[in-house]
Design a protein around this ligand. Structure first.
Ligand SMILES: Cc1cc2nc3c(=O)[nH]c(=O)nc-3n(C[C@H](O)[C@H](O)[C@H](O)COP(=O)(O)OP(=O)(O)OC[C@H]3O[C@@H](n4cnc5c(N)ncnc54)[C@H](O)[C@@H]3O)c2cc1C
Length: 409
């Protein structure tokens, strides 16, 4: 039995305070002790990816242990602005050029189907997390202009994804925003990401899953009958399968020039009255680099983000927290006329992207029984859902028609 390192990156996953960590029911009470050492599946990471995975696996009747070296739901998940979009960062037309039409179309369709599946799941499980369906506006910008968006909207319509192209006059009339064009799409949603993840973990726990923290996994070895994971304290746990849902703190085995960790910033205003009516429903992002995105929450706060930088170090610079928040607020006001005043919350975080905008959902190279879900990109939560669907199917011996799209690249 060969022992391998199971080293995951170590990052400061959040600087400043995201609003979600201040909301009730945004974590779960984890056990501190391991009571048995054999499970069907060990899930490493108790963020949204681990929570969706634990829910799917316990729904299939598996015994599940979820481990985290932090408290549950205290990694990247509470930093998320939780615009749960089917739109992938790489537009359909561009993705077709990168990976071919069949794969691109399947990825976009799967993304749309998984947002719908997540909404259905949350409703069925009655998870109280402010989940609600919302339309999204994708504004023309310096990366894709109005003409490109018109072509993109048509490509989406052709494969059955609802997307309407809006011209400058439509945008001014409907939203009071001056831009050359936009795509208005349906089939997206928003939520409180921490309550969503904690709610899913609670459901998994009610089905017998055990959530233990703080526990750090440091080594692993594949056995003929399972996988052994060793903790930093030297305990050894055995399972039929392990799934690393460690977010941007990915396993060293998964390092690749195909993905990189960058930095991003976000803010939330105080609850506001007098916001334009459309802003209560519609979420907005733009085809620009750096980009701006924003939405509101149920309390009438404006939540906005963007100003990404290419290295992961920038996010831990406390000096940038205030300057980036000012830029985001200024851009928001210039576009919408909404002045949010002094933000109530500001935060920065590492953020990972892949070259084709698609996540990595696969077995860890060299292991048959170890999977990982790296839901990188602006719609990471949607990708976490796809990851849970695919990996739970593979563990159950079922196939998934889209598993080939997300292999390690
Ligand atoms: C500012 C910001 C805004 C975002 N906005 C959106 C958005 O609007 N929509 C969207 O869909 N996505 C968004 N995302 C992306 C989304 O938030 C992430 O994809 C998602 O939160 C990742 O969740 P996760 O469970 O994979 O990772 P995490 O929540 O980070 O969970 C991973 C856990 O693994 C644990 N871990 C790591 N290594 C080990 C180890 N060796 N042993 C034990 N535990 C370990 C960590 O402690 C961590 O808690 C945003 C991200 C950021 C930062």
């Amino acid at each position: 039995m060969a022992k391998h390192k199971a080293e995951t990156r170590k990052d400061r996953l959040r600087i400043g305070t995201p609003l979600w960590v201040r909301t009730p029911h945004s974590t779960v009470d984890a056990a501190t002790q391991l009571v048995r050492d054999r499970y069907d599946v060990i899930v490493v990471g108790a963020g949204i990816s681990g929570a969706l995975m634990a829910e799917a696996l316990t729904r299939d009747g598996r015994s599940v242990l979820v481990l985290d070296r932090r408290a549950p739901v205290r990694g990247s998940t509470p930093a998320s602005t939780a615009m749960i979009q089917h739109e992938i960062d790489v537009p359909l037309t561009r993705l077709r050029r990168k990976v071919g039409a069949d794969r691109a179309d399947r990825a976009w369709l799967r993304s749309a189907a998984s947002v719908e599946a997540l909404e259905t799941l949350v409703t069925k499980l009655q998870i109280d997390c402010q989940m609600r369906p919302r339309p999204v506006l994708y504004l023309a910008g310096d990366v894709t202009g109005a003409r490109g968006l018109a072509v993109e909207a048509k490509a989406r319509q052709d494969i059955g994804i609802a997307a309407a192209y809006l011209n400058r006059a439509d945008l001014v009339d409907g939203f009071g925003m001056e831009r050359d064009g936009a795509i208005l799409s349906q089939a997206s949603a928003s939520a409180n990401p921490a309550q969503l993840a904690a709610g899913l973990l609670r459901v998994a726990m009610s089905r017998g899953a055990r959530v233990v923290s703080p526990i750090e996994i440091t080594d692993m070895a594949e056995l003929s009958s399972g996988i052994a994971l060793a903790t930093a304290k030297g305990e050894v746990l055995v399972a039929d399968h392990a799934v690393f849902c460690t977010g941007y703190e990915y396993l060293a085995q998964m390092k690749s020039a195909f993905h990189r960790v960058t930095s991003t910033w976000a803010l939330a205003s105080e609850p506001m009255t007098g916001l334009p009516r459309w802003l209560r429903d519609v979420m907005v992002w733009e085809a620009s680099d750096p980009y701006l995105y924003f939405r509101t929450d149920e309390a009438g706060r404006v939540i906005a983000g963007g100003e990404d930088e290419n290295t992961s170090d920038s996010s831990s610079d406390p000096g940038k927290l205030s300057s980036k928040a000012k830029v985001i607020a200024r851009k928001l006001e210039a576009l919408t006329g909404v002045n949010i005043g002094k933000p109530a919350y500001r935060w920065s975080a590492p953020f990972s992207v892949t070259r084709d905008g698609l996540p990595i959902i696969d077995r860890v190279p060299g292991f048959d029984r170890v999977f990982t879900v790296m839901g990188f990109g602006g719609n990471g939560i949607t990708f976490s859902m796809i990851g849970a669907e695919i990996v739970s199917a593979l563990i159950a011996g079922r196939s998934d028609p889209d598993a080939d799209l997300f292999h390690f690249r």
